[in-house]
Write a new protein. Structure first.
Ligand SMILES: C[S@@+](CC[C@H](N)C(=O)[O-])C[C@H]1O[C@@H](n2cnc3c(N)ncnc32)[C@H](O)[C@@H]1O
Length: 259
């Protein structure tokens, strides 16, 4: 996987930043919606301490099972995770002091609307704080789409190749304000990550929308995909560098539930 010079993966880095920027105190109740593999959940559990509590929910059974095992293995006593849909949570009303959501913005709206689902505010206390992240820009995405377009030409037509959706900041601010959040604040951070070698880079390039293109390249003949992979990597690396660096820009949103 890609890592910062400090050794953190993209999701761990921004999960940790979310916790730092929202300034979690000790002793509070935190809900992490769509916790994934716990990039915010684990640092949150450490900060809230034995008097606090962290609950994670995620719709994906495998992620929940992996995280249950990781919590047990690390002997963490103040965190629990459950398989749940964020639009239908079996959690008490007005229970949480903080809500975190790392890269889950598409799931927070009432289906087919720009309205934040009532479930989000139902479980938060008045005065409770939210913190969400969403992708602004992932440099890899531009790189790979350009490389695939060059390789496949007109065959690429009509396919949506982007691996992320970028949300207009102002629209998100309005959605949160309309849901009853005050002092909605936006912050953008850019960080640079590193792929230390070609195999680690290629392992990270396995997104569904790209894999279908790789299959088309592979179908052209023996060795074709390997040629594409090596040529693309060398081109991105350039003649001088010995490791591939890429930038990721992330939007953070914070707000206080007042209604
Ligand atoms: C992009 S991942 C982010 C994971 C983690 N928050 C992080 O920052 O690394 C999005 C997560 O949301 C979960 N998810 C998707 N739809 C959901 C829903 N309706 N309810 C709860 N979780 C959902 C996915 O299973 C996935 O783990």
């Amino acid at each position: 996987m890609s890592e910062l010079k400090s050794g953190l993966s993209v999701s761990k880095y921004f999960g940790q930043r979310l916790i730092e920027l929202i300034e979690l105190p000790t002793g509070v109740r935190v809900l992490d919606v769509g916790f994934g593999l716990g990039s915010s959940l684990f640092p949150a559990a450490e900060i809230v301490g034995s008097q606090g509590r962290v609950i994670g929910i995620d719709i994906d059974e495998e992620r929940v099972q992996k995280t249950v095992a990781a919590i047990a293995e690390r002997e963490i006593k103040n965190a629990q995770v459950f398989q749940m849909d964020v639009l239908e949570m079996s959690l008490e009303d007005d229970f949480f002091d903080f809500m975190l959501g790392g890269f889950v913005v598409p799931y927070l709206f009432k289906p087919d609307t720009q309205v934040i689902a009532p479930e989000i505010t139902r479980v938060l206390k008045r005065g409770g704080r939210i913190g969400f992240t969403t992708w602004d820009y992932i440099e890899d995405d531009d790189w790979m789409i350009a490389a695939l377009k060059e390789e496949l030409g007109s065959e690429i037509k009509g396919r949506n190749l982007s691996i992320y959706t970028s949300y207009p900041v102002q629209e998100l601010e309005v959605s949160f304000s309309e849901a009853g959040f005050a002092d909605v604040m936006h912050l953008r951070e850019v960080a640079e990550f590193v792929y230390p070698d070609m195999e680690k880079w290629w392992a990270a390039m396995q997104y569904q929308s790209w894999i279908s293109c790789y299959k088309d390249i592979e179908a052209r003949g023996p060795g074709e995909l390997e040629r594409f992979k090596e040529a693309t990597y060398q081109k991105l690396l350039g003649p001088e560098a010995d490791e591939l660096r890429f930038k990721v820009s992330v939007d953070f949103f914070f707000g206080t539930y007042q209604e």
